[in-house]
Design a protein around this ligand. Structure first.
Ligand code: GUN
Length: 278
């Protein structure tokens, strides 16, 4: 029997609806505020930032968009972050990544006040996440956890394989899975015998950014497969998992698009409300 498809689009839409209801009736001055900083003209980043702006509008979050040219200097960017840190209207600050070459990403992220770090990328919040303290956590892994929860499976003790070790997805996803008592293996493009490692996974989270990197035969029968990849191949969006063969082996699987993608933005909205104390 093919896997059940986890409908991230619907789950995210329900979450947004719930948040919109929680914010309804608020005057503009009483709404949460999210500042989004985009530097340069990376086309994918421009699309993501537009989606974030649209979600803010839908839910009733004030959005403060700052689209800066690619040659914006370090001082100017840090000064903007300083102003956003000080603004009473801004509860969350997001700097869209990747930043253009030549900008020190670590320095920029570290300049955001941890209590306004809506992405959970500040070293202070990363440390809290790995210490198991409640914190604002990165949006994509939070979306992954919500999708796993939606399946109703008991995660405790399960073998979980995370493919990809990025700071945005793989590493924080591993921290969250550990806190839910999973046995977590992290692997990546240089892992030896990767197929054998992935085959151990009762849960597989694929976040390497390489189309069809995880093939169907690497999926343990009955596994839950979360595909974080968004790769453009011949004009179509494909994930990091070879979908059709994996569908035949898994118990649950996320589609691309319509799986993890919409959840990231829903979780961004959730984090913004949390930082605003809603
Ligand atoms: N680029 C890709 N994903 C993300 C994200 O979740 N947050 C930010 N700031 N940039 C990203």
């Amino acid at each position: 029997m093919p896997a059940s498809i986890i409908d991230g689009k619907k789950i995210a839409a329900d979450l947004r609806k719930d948040m919109k209801a929680r914010l309804s009736g608020r005057s503009e001055g009483d709404r949460p505020g999210l500042a989004v900083v985009l530097v340069g003209d990376d086309p994918a980043s421009a699309v993501y930032v537009n989606q974030k702006e649209k979600a803010c509008r839908e839910i009733g979050v004030n959005s403060f968009m700052h689209r800066l040219p690619g040659d914006t200097g370090r001082g100017e960017l840090l000064a903007l972050i300083g102003r956003l840190n000080a603004s009473r209207e801004v509860h969350g600050i997001l700097v869209q990544l990747p930043l253009p070459e030549g900008i020190d990403t670590k320095e920029v992220i570290s300049a955001i006040l941890p209590q306004k770090d809506v992405d959970g990328f500040h070293p202070y919040n990363i440390g809290r996440l790995w210490s198991g303290e409640s914190t604002v956590a990165p949006c994509t892994p939070m979306g992954i956890m919500a999708l796993l929860d939606s399946t109703g499976i008991e995660m405790k003790g399960l073998e979980t394989v995370v493919v990809g070790r990025s700071n945005i997805v793989g590493k924080p996803a591993a921290a969250m899975l550990l806190s839910r008592h999973c046995t977590v293996t992290m692997c990546h493009s240089r892992t030896k015998d990767l197929p054998d490692v992935v085959r151990r996974g009762d849960i597989v989270v694929a976040a390497v950014g390489i189309p069809n990197f995880v093939t169907g035969e690497m999926i343990k029968p009955g596994a839950v497969v979360i595909d974080v990849g968004i790769n453009r191949v011949d004009g179509a969006l494909v994930g990091d998992v070879e979908f059709e063969p994996a569908l035949q082996r898994a118990s649950f699987i996320t589609p691309v698009p319509g799986g993890v993608g919409p959840m990231t933005i829903a979780m961004l909205m959730q984090n913004t409300l949390q930082l605003a104390g809603v």
